[in-house]
Design a protein around this ligand. Sequence first.
Ligand SMILES: Nc1ncnc2c1ncn2[C@@H]1O[C@H](COP(=O)(O)OP(=O)(O)OP(=O)(O)O)[C@@H](O)[C@H]1O
Ligand SMILES: [Mg+2]
Length: 390
Amino acid sequence: MDPFSNPFAPGAGSRPPELAGRDTILENARISCGRALKGRPARSMMLLGLRGTGKTVLLSEIGRIAESEGLLVSKVEAPERTTLANLLYPEMRKVARSLSNTEAAKQYAQRALSGLRNFAAVFKIEYGGLAFGVEPAPEAGLAESGDIQHDLPDLFGQIGRAAQAAGKGWLLLIDEVQYLSEKDLAGLIVALHRMSQDGLPVIFVGAGLPQVARLAGDAKSYAERLFSYPAVGALDSQAAGKAVKKPIIDEGASISEDGLHEIIDRTKGYPFFLQELASFAWNNAPGPEIDATDVVSSYDETVRSLDDGFFRVRLDRLTKAEVQFVNSMASLGDGPYQFSDIARAMGRDPRSLGPVRASIIFKGMIYSTDHGYLDFTVPLFADFIRRQNP
Ligand SMILES: Nc1ncnc2c1ncn2[C@@H]1O[C@H](COP(=O)(O)OP(=O)(O)OP(=O)(O)O)[C@@H](O)[C@H]1O
Ligand SMILES: [Mg+2]
């Protein structure tokens, strides 16, 4: 069928034509925003899920909802090698400046801006457009300890008070939270804890790989109570069916029940795979109905495309020794895997493999599950490895 009208959206962070199966998460986020605005205790959230399950898309959607509720929204992605101070500085500055335009909030916003000057100096932040001339004078003692666990709560506090005075709120969205250092994560948690204790309208929604729950708990034990941790996983068959069928119908085409089942079955409801297979099936089907044959005959092409893109880019980030490690995992079947079994499959002493394991975890390719097993952060990754090493 006409590729120009293909509704599907395979791609990192691409908004799907139908955001299926996430109503509860979105509703809870909307409630948190509304409560924060009213000055009621509002729960921050940490969305946890494997690669390609739709975390980034959800963050964007939550950002849109928050904006429509009247909150100021900042969205950042934690890269592997920068500090939280660098990441948040421009966002805090933007929010403080915008709040300083409201008369009632001006005084607090100005204090936030002067705190930000101190903060930029102690954390050696280089930021284009740092126009010192027009900023308020720095205020001694505000956000200038150089310890993120002290300075971030100071700044959040000033911004929170400014937002409160303006009748607004601030939602901070951080993607890829697993890349924050433990110190930075602790600073973020302390700051958010302070906001909730002081009843200030600042809330946070983060997203990351499943290990983030443990990282947050290790950084501050009360993190468990501070956040809710919704799981962003594969879609159940009803949601997966809707995610595929509705966009097709909306384009004036249709899909047979068998065709729909093939897609749900073969992708196991994983959102990224689902978009990819549905997209190929659309392009390959003569139409106007997509049937099971169209799906089946599009499958090889889909797998090839995933292998060359989605899967391959992750493997390419590993060193030779790390590749050996993941090959051995896949040779054991599907996960989760016991570390000692992997070592045995490699013919190695587990003690000698600690650094390799740590570095693959750091790269976000594998994670340690709740029960101390290891598993891939990419769904169906073991299948991919086995296809590479027949
Ligand atoms: N609820 C959903 N229904 C249908 N498709 C979805 C849904 N959520 C996400 N998708 C699709 O899944 C793909 C992956 O989404 P996204 O990039 O948000 O995942 P992610 O969890 O952030 O992945 P990563 O961990 O690799 O960053 C996109 O093509 C998106 O359109
Ligand atoms: Mg993402």
